[in-house]
Design a protein around this ligand. Structure first.
Ligand code: SAM
Length: 244
């Protein structure tokens, strides 16, 4: 039926497309995508011939309006180059406008590098914060890490090979004592998940410049490092005295 279908696609291994995703893409009138060459490869693999239309959040309002008009008549899919649309990828404006116009929005779940990395790294998963890409420059990166430093959660970042060592060095400096994981090339032939402290991992990747796509995870602060506010110390002293 008409509407907008948000369709997750594989993050490397083409076997990770779901049956429902393939069926939906086949039935759509048009597939909005980031890069038609990338999506064409997936469609060829699935034996699907549906017209594609380039779309991202920078596309002009006219292009968005055209897609929205089509959704009122027929099913329109949104995919990104890899993984789940809207997760560090385009689509949020399209979904927001579709909802505002009363168009049905359906999300077809599938792979996302963030959740794959979380399930591999062996870091706590009860609370996590997906923080997208760290800023490329030292100052911006340090500011974001300072903002996240007291959060009791595993932090999940998307990262690129050329910036990995600088990010690990910044984490070593701003978030000392954390367990860190580097998850690389997930679901692909050379998948790797390496854990350690940030300084060790920075040394390793300085010696072995990383290829491919990367998720960087930082474990929550060790409990004792969170006791810094005077109020906390008073409370702890009070507890300790009660036990004496
Ligand atoms: N929408 C995608 C998702 O759901 O995972 C993410 C898109 S974002 C533009 C691309 C980033 O995702 C890469 O730079 C990398 O950090 C991460 N990524 C995507 N595929 C990956 C993979 N196979 N292994 C590790 N990281 C991956």
């Amino acid at each position: 039926s008409p509407g907008l279908y948000i369709v997750a696609t594989p993050i490397g291994n083409l076997g990770d497309i779901t049956q429902r995703a393939a069926d939906t893409l086949r039935r759509c009138k048009v597939i909005a995508c980031e890069d038609t060459r990338v999506t064409a490869k997936l469609l060829r693999h699935l034996g699907i011939a549906v017209p594609m239309r380039r779309y991202d959040d920078h596309s002009d309002a006219g292009a968005r309006a055209e897609l929205l008009a089509e959704m009122t008549q027929s099913p329109v899919a949104l995919v990104s180059d890899a993984g789940t649309p809207l997760i560090s990828d385009p689509g949020y404006r399209l979904v927001r406008d579709a909802r505002a116009q009363g168009i049905a929005v359906t999300s077809l779940p599938g792979a996302s590098a963030a959740t794959v990395a979380l399930t591999l790294a062996g870091l706590p998963t009860d609370r996590f914060l997906f923080a997208g890409f760290l800023p490329p420059r030292d100052k911006g990166r340090a500011d974001v890490l300072a903002e996240l430093a007291t959060l009791r959660a595993t932090l999940v970042f998307y990262e690129t090979g050329p910036r990995l060592v600088a990010s690990l060095a910044a984490i070593d400096h701003s978030l000392p004592g954390r367990e860190v994981a580097v998850a690389r090339e997930l679901t692909k032939t050379f998948e790797e998940c390496r854990t350690g402290n940030a300084a060790e991992l920075a040394d390793h990747y300085r010696a072995h410049p990383p290829k491919g796509e990367i998720v960087l995870l930082v474990g929550p602060p060790p409990a004792e490092s969170l006791i810094s506010a005077p109020a906390d110390i008073d409370a702890l002293l009070g507890e300790a005295l009660k036990r004496m």
